[in-house]
Design a protein around this ligand. Structure first.
Ligand SMILES: Cc1ncc(COP(=O)(O)O)c(C=O)c1O
Length: 384
């Protein structure tokens, strides 16, 4: 069995992640911040440990500015709905996932102005095009760091500096890059960093969050949900301090226990080592696919310019059929279709049919890449 659907969620997880979830469920189990007994204190420690690990990974200004939620989708909604007001302008790219596009289209109907800056057919964004899109009322630039369709890396550092010069905020969707590519909130001038725990941070599903940088005034950030935080119970108004402002209700502590272990594992491996390993696998995958007659590869086709996600099609065979046959006949699992990113597929010219997508993780091997290439080769031969 070869699992190449890591851009959707990574599997398997490092054993330490599974152990951390089990340890919480078996030995701790209490509600953090809701009581002062030892098990509640231990649960609080686990959650704070997850904040510290995430803050260390991204060089966030303070672990208390790491707010947790169920996934990156909610984190992006929090940043967009929490900060944008009618009359504000937002610039984004044509490679965004619907987790960004759908809230932005909905906000457009509430008089938020939106510019979608076109990327190249490889999925790359020219920073000069972004600069031209900025206006005096631009409140936010929103970019995914890496495309979930073709892995293309967008120039977040340059975008951050441009946004700062104009008094705008940079919100980055790191769903596809967190843990797989070095990210430094300070150096890259990221004001709002949205992350999901279950991809290359190797945590469980149900973990993610938003890191709120110091240029964001917490008073301006409207929470999506209000309620009990375990803190300042005497107040009937939502706290104005982080992380409580954005974290109402009992958190998913089993998932956060796993996330802490996943991020610690990433830090132990070293993001640069993970990146090097994934670049080698990506190089092999791209070279191998390029040598198969009838296969078309999309995106930068260069491991330096992308993450370990590669989209392609097999001539004469639709992506759905190819994906089913890869699973049924070769035990290769991948994702086909539009990957919740119609804008990205329009940009690369594969809308509405979509593509086959192989997404590699730190735990994939060269042997697995070779076996997957062998499987694609045999389908392509048949389709010719
Ligand atoms: C770039 C990007 N943004 C957002 C998401 C949404 O992630 P989640 O479902 O964890 O919220 C994904 C997941 O596929 C993604 O790849």
């Amino acid at each position: 069995m070869i699992y190449l659907d890591n851009a959707a969620t990574t599997w398997p997880k490092p054993p330490c992640v599974v152990e951390a979830v089990l340890r919480f469920m078996n030995d701790v189990g209490a509600n953090p911040g809701r009581a002062g007994h030892r098990q509640a204190v231990e649960a609080g420690r686990i959650v704070y440990g997850a904040r510290e690990a995430v803050a260390e990974l991204f060089n966030a200004p303070d672990p208390l500015r790491v707010t947790f939620g169920p996934n990156v989708t909610e984190a992006l909604n929090l940043a967009l709905y929490g900060l944008l007001r009618p009359g504000d302008h937002v610039a984004t790219s044509s490679m965004e996932h619907n987790a960004v596009m759908r809230p932005l289209r909905a906000l457009e109907r509430q008089d938020v102005e939106l510019t979608v800056v076109p990327c190249s057919p490889e999925g790359l964004l020219d920073p000069r095009d972004l600069e031209r899109a900025l206006r005096p009322n631009t409140r936010m630039v929103v970019l995914n760091h890496a495309s979930n369709v073709v892995g293309a890396l967008l120039p977040v550092g340059q975008a951050g500096r441009m946004a700062r010069e104009r008094g705008a905020l940079l919100l980055v969707d790191t769903a596809q890059s967190a843990g797989a590519y070095p990210i430094d909130m300070q150096k890259d001038a990221i004001d709002l960093l949205a992350f999901t725990g279950h991809k290359s941070l190797y945590g469980p599903m149900g973990s993610g969050g938003l890191i709120v940088g110091e240029r964001v005034n917490v008073r301006d950030l409207d929470p999506l949900v209000r309620g009990g935080t375990g803190s300042r119970s005497e107040w009937e108004e939502q706290p104005l301090f982080l992380p409580d402002r954005c974290e109402s209700g009992t958190p998913n502590v089993p998932a956060l226990a796993g996330l802490r272990a996943g991020v610690r594992w990433v830090l132990e491996q070293g993001v640069t080592c993970i990146r090097e390993h994934e670049m080698l696998l990506t190089r092999r995958l791209i070279d191998g696919l390029s040598n198969i007659p009838g296969v078309t590869i999309y995106g930068p086709r260069d491991p330096m310019l992308q993450t370990a996600t590669v989209s392609f099609n097999i001539g004469g065979m639709g992506p759905s059929e190819a994906g089913l046959r890869l699973d049924d006949e070769h035990e290769v699992m991948c994702r086909v279709g539009l990957h919740c990113s119609p804008a990205a597929h329009r940009t690369i010219g594969t809308f509405p049919g979509g593509t086959l997508r192989f997404g590699l993780s730190a735990l994939n091997t060269m042997e697995e890449v070779d076996a997957a290439l062998h499987a694609v080769n045999s389908l392509a031969r048949e389709a010719r």
